[in-house]
Design a protein around this ligand. Structure first.
Ligand SMILES: NC(=O)C1=CN([C@@H]2O[C@H](COP(=O)(O)OP(=O)(O)OC[C@H]3O[C@@H](n4cnc5c(N)ncnc54)[C@H](O)[C@@H]3O)[C@@H](O)[C@H]2O)C=CC1
Ligand SMILES: O=C(CO)COP(=O)(O)O
Length: 421
């Protein structure tokens, strides 16, 4: 067995995104960079989609005499001066080693770990900006919840990021309402990371994967020897030996906090799909709550939602998904419950019924720039199901789409999701 020298380099970490969850994830990574100085560079770069922001009067930083407060400022300048994202994560101090950067290529320069935490509609554009500008052996984790439908079929965002950038991408998802996590209220999350064996420098169990570059182009099968087989296609570059290995233990150290408990798994598809599809279910839960139907109705919607998640995974990601991920891990049932109780998709869908306005209007007026993922995911999922002639197999996903389109009413949900004999 090859001897491994001590790692002389450390991982540079960039968080791509700075919204409600992006800023929270940057806080977590920054705390862990400080806690693990042997693994990570001290500074966490956080890419901020630049905009002009006025410090709100209710902010503790508001001081009418200060030049920062008397006119709109660049959000990056505010974050770096106040160590708070006053627009997307107000009242939460960010560690001083979080550095806001308005240039994506600059923020990601030389980074070996890219943590993507953007609303899903912005992933493709950000990958375009990064293509050819990152270190070729970088690894990524997608914290984005959604699926992408294109002429390539239905893809997870870990797959989109992986194939656009030619790097390996895992996924982080769980019952994680950002404001609670940012306040350090305890919760669990699931990180799916199924790295090529060359990263972990230890045998990794064979998993049958779906689609992303290491999946389709690199044979992950381990022989019985300690040396991993050479990849059939060398596109995925090995992590140089002078970096600490990116195995489950070290990836966990980037995210696990006393208030944010990480369980590591290898099922990237299951983790990603749980997070994506529950956002559509949360809209249905919001609709029935908005009608005043109570917890029993919401529980029925959640039950069917979980069944449709599992079915979607088995039908379209059969070679990689593990049904138990949806029931055993935080990214499954637990995320369904929390999202259908207090998530933005749930709350905005409920308000849209109560006020008799569209959910898009509620998003515009109530979320101060934060983005719903359930509405666009409902359209993406429907586009895919329709292309496969399978809308009837997913009555809840289809009902939500039809309600958003004005082709069905929320009151019809019980009939729409009733199994057809
Ligand atoms: N907020 C939460 O509680 C959680 C969110 N997530 C997921 O994390 C992902 C990111 O969500 P949040 O951080 O909550 O974002 P957010 O919804 O709070 O904020 C919107 C973000 O989009 C950025 N943005 C606006 N226009 C843009 C453009 N043209 N290009 C690039 N960025 C642009 C804004 O700067 C802002 O950072 C989503 O997929 C969401 O489902 C996952 C777990 C919890
Ligand atoms: O994903 C979330 C909690 O895990 C947050 O969901 P919302 O985007 O609906 O707030």
């Amino acid at each position: 067995m090859a001897t491994l020298g001590p790692a002389s380099k450390k991982h540079k970490v960039t968080v791509v995104g700075s919204g409600n969850w992006g800023s929270t994830i940057a806080k977590i990574c920054a705390e862990n960079a400080t806690a693990n100085p042997n693994l990570f560079e001290p500074e966490i770069q956080m890419w901020v989609y630049e905009e002009e922001v006025t410090v709100p009067k209710e902010s503790k930083h508001y001081d009418p005499g200060s030049s920062l407060c008397n006119k709109p400022q660049k959000l990056t300048d505010l974050i770096n001066a106040l160590h708070e994202n006053v627009k997307y994560l107000p009242n939460i101090p960010l560690p001083h080693n979080v550095v806001a950067n308005p240039s994506l290529p600059d923020a990601a320069k030389d980074s070996t770990i890219l943590v993507f935490c953007l609303p899903h509609q912005f992933i493709a554009k950000s990958c375009e900006q990064l293509r050819g500008k990152i270190v070729p052996f970088a690894r990524a984790i997608s914290c984005t919840k959604g699926v992408d439908v294109s002429n390539k079929g239905v893809q997870l965002f870990s797959e989109v990021i992986g194939s656009e950038l030619g790097i390996y991408c895992g996924a982080l998802s769980g019952a994680n309402i950002a404001t609670e996590v940012a306040l350090e209220k305890w919760c669990e999350t699931t990180v799916a990371y199924d790295p090529p064996p060359m990263d972990s420098r230890q045998p990794t169990p064979r998993v049958t994967p779906h689609g992303s570059p290491h999946h389709s182009q690199v044979d992950l099968t381990m022989s019985n020897t300690d040396t991993p087989p050479a990849p059939k296609h060398a596109r995925l570059q090995p992590l140089p030996a002078d970096y600490p290995p990116l195995n489950h233990d070290n990836v966990k150290k980037l995210f696990h906090r006393p208030y944010f408990h990480v369980r590591m798994v290898s099922d990237v598809a299951g983790v990603s799909l749980g997070g994506a599809l529950k956002n559509v279910v949360a809209l249905a839960a919001g609709f029935v709550e908005g009608l005043g139907w109570g917890d029993n109705a919401k529980a029925a919607v959640m039950r069917i939602g979980i069944l449709e998640e599992v079915k979607f995974g088995k039908m379209f990601f059969a070679d990689s998904v593990r049904a138990a991920t949806f029931t055993e891990e935080s990214c499954g049932v637990a995320d369904m419950i929390t999202s259908c109780s207090g998530g933005r998709n749930f709350r905005c869908a409920k308000m849209s019924i109560e006020r008799g306005v569209s959910i898009d209007e509620v998003e515009r007026t109530e979320l101060n720039g934060q983005k719903l993922q359930g509405t666009s995911t409902a359209y993406e999922v429907n586009q895919w199901l329709r292309s496969q002639n399978l809308e009837e197999e997913f009555p809840l996903m289809t009902a939500v789409y039809n309600i958003l389109e004005g082709k069905a009413r929320p009151e019809q949900i019980p009939d729409l999701i009733e199994p057809k004999d």
